[in-house]
Design a protein around this ligand. Structure first.
Ligand SMILES: CC(C)(COP(=O)(O)OP(=O)(O)OC[C@H]1O[C@@H](n2cnc3c(N)ncnc32)[C@H](O)[C@@H]1OP(=O)(O)O)[C@@H](O)C(=O)NCCC(=O)NCCS
Length: 335
């Protein structure tokens, strides 16, 4: 039986740093509020004219990941692209990446699972590799949030949290049992779909209707988030799905060498860390510098943890995410 392992990772964030003080010039907010509630100090935003888009940033991260994996673009069997902020309504970013990188006619699949998108992507890649159907899968998570946020005071409860960036992983076939992706665990609960959502434009709520209604509140083309409800659900689901992953593999919290939680909010990560009594060196957070980059947050954080030597050969690494849908999931990896 084959297993899959992460052979290389890459990340890209735009150069443009946006501090909390920068945001407070655009809306009624302040550094103290943002840091106290979220831990975020700054994030990156695409700057008009810098050439970046969700797909372009994805390509930049993917090129690094492929290089580090020592795998050429011609060896890719499947492209998976996770994002909630694609360049186009359709087609997806996966085929854009294929074109930009000059990749042959392998399949390209977009995943629309928001903050859990990268975990869902690992799971899909893992299934294809395990069955022997594909050998090398390029998995990308990338977001251009800044292009679609409300920078007036009205949007402050959402806008201060999110940032732009991309991360990528190359998953490849391995025959070493007990190594690589040990298991993945996916969940969703659609009854809470609208608690964290962007309703339009959509086929239900198309552009002429929005123009005609010209709403001043509950604006469908800006994201809506019921922050406290999301927070309460997140801490429960993160805990559950991490435990599910550990139990499946006969492990417990003491076996975790590195937990890389989706960077939703530093307070959520700290809650989980405290609950599981994990020391600081066993939880990786970088939301302070990048904000919440949704589908890109786990690959950016995992890539940085690896670059800093904090994820090493033989480590038990747990990834976990929760977000819009609601969707959540975890992956247990023997590095
Ligand atoms: C969004 C979040 C930080 C808000 O924190 P909170 O403590 O719940 O704050 P509230 O929404 O209750 O708002 C408290 C007050 O701060 C105000 N406020 C909201 N955003 C603000 C901002 N950026 N700056 C200053 N004040 C702000 C609100 O208007 C409210 O004012 P009021 O008391 O006068 O009505 C928090 O709910 C959260 O992190 N939720 C989870 C979000 C998340 O993880 N999302 C991603 C999931 S993948």
């Amino acid at each position: 039986m084959y297993t899959s392992r992460i052979a290389g990772m890459g990340k890209y964030v735009p150069e443009n740093v946006v501090t909390n003080d920068d945001l407070s010039k655009l809306m009624d907010t302040n550094d103290a509020w943002i840091q106290e509630r979220t831990g975020i100090k700054e994030r990156r935003h695409i700057k008009k004219g810098d050439g970046n888009s969700t797909a372009v940033m994805g390509v930049k991260a993917a090129e690094i990941a492929l290089d580090r994996a020592g795998i050429s673009k011609d060896e890719i069997d499947l492209i998976i692209f996770a994002t909630l902020s694609p360049d186009y309504y359709f087609p997806g970013c996966g085929v854009q990446v294929q074109d930009m990188m000059g990749i042959h006619t392998c399949p390209a699949l977009d995943i629309r699972n928001q903050c859990s998108g990268f975990i869902y992507g690992i799971s899909v890649a893992d299934q294809f590799i395990k069955t022997g159907m594909y050998k090398n899968v390029l998995l990308i998570g990338s977001e251009n949030h800044s292009g679609g946020l409300d920078f007036s005071t009205r949007g402050r409860g959402v806008t201060v949290i999110f940032g732009d960036g991309a991360g990528a992983a190359v998953l490849t076939r391995s025959e070493q049992e007990g190594h690589g992706v040990l298991s993945t665990h996916l969940h969703s609960e659609g009854k809470h779909a609208l608690e964290l959502s962007l309703k339009g434009p959509s086929t239900n709520h198309w552009v002429p209707q929005i123009i005609e209604e010209n709403p001043q509140e509950d604006i469908p083309y800006y994201p809506y988030m019921n922050g406290q409800f999301v927070f309460k659900n997140a801490v429960v689901r993160f805990s559950e799905v991490i435990m599910e992953g550990l139990k499946t593999n006969g492990l417990d919290v003491n076996d975790i060498d590195m937990l890389v939680p989706h960077q939703a909010n530093l307070r959520i990560s700290q809650f989980i860390q405290k609950k599981f009594q994990l020391s600081d060196d066993k939880v990786y957070n970088n939301i302070q510098r990048y904000g919440n980059t949704t589908a890109a947050s786990i690959p950016i954080a995992l890539c940085e943890a690896w670059e800093e030597g904090k994820v090493k050969e033989g480590d038990t690494v747990v990834l976990a995410a929760f977000g819009s849908g609601f969707t959540w999931g975890s992956a247990v990896i023997k590095w």
